[in-house]
Design a protein around this ligand. Sequence first.
Ligand code: 6GU
Length: 245
Amino acid sequence: MKLDILTIFPEYFAPLEISLLGKARRTGLLDVRVHDLRDWTHDRHRTVDDTPYGGGPGMVMKPEPWGEALDAVAPPGAAPRMIIPTPSGRPFTQALAAEYAAEPWLLFACGRYEGIDSRVAEEARTRMPVDEVSLGDFVLAGGEVAVLVMVEAVGRLLPGVLGNADSVADDSFAPGAMESLVEGPVYTKPPVWRDRAVPDVLLSGHHGAIARWRRDEALLRTARNRPELLPRLAASGLDDHDRRV
Ligand code: 6GU
């Protein structure tokens, strides 16, 4: 998968060199290119922002550097899926991460200040699909950290990035059985630690009983921490045992 990232702070993306995604880059599964938006400015101060029309606080990113940057990174005829992180976007979910993981080429455009002049997305949409995407109901200082989050969520879904042992099928929100559930608790050795024992069923070797216990714990934790997910879960089909939990 090819990833282009446009930003005025390329240094934010140093973490993409380490861990899982760093390895995916070194093995060629991920081709990440980080571009400095100021490379497409032409004034002495490399200006990327200006005051908002209509007044108000803060600054808005000027369209001209964005237009030239997008022409250079995605020339006419080439069409990546463009993603603009913004608190006013559609929610980023595991389902959207899976959709992005199936794309050959993603282009992330990081806004700062009060956002990017709206004509940039409008014009880009005439040439490529453009999604405005939000991580949740809070406001970050810019899109960079949001892009790191999305790249990690998408990158770990690419075939070959995780070891086979770390199947993504059991993740919270994974399409299928976990779609509207968060994962329950996990344990490792030793079997007793500070007088606290690992639940017996996990040591029983009964795979059916273990699967049932894990589902029960996921249901309980979802009810406790994410009650708003329960109606969706009921709609996707609960069995009688689920209902008793
Ligand atoms: Cl995607 N960007 C910014 N700047 N703030 C956010 C966000 C994204 N999601 C939640 N807050």
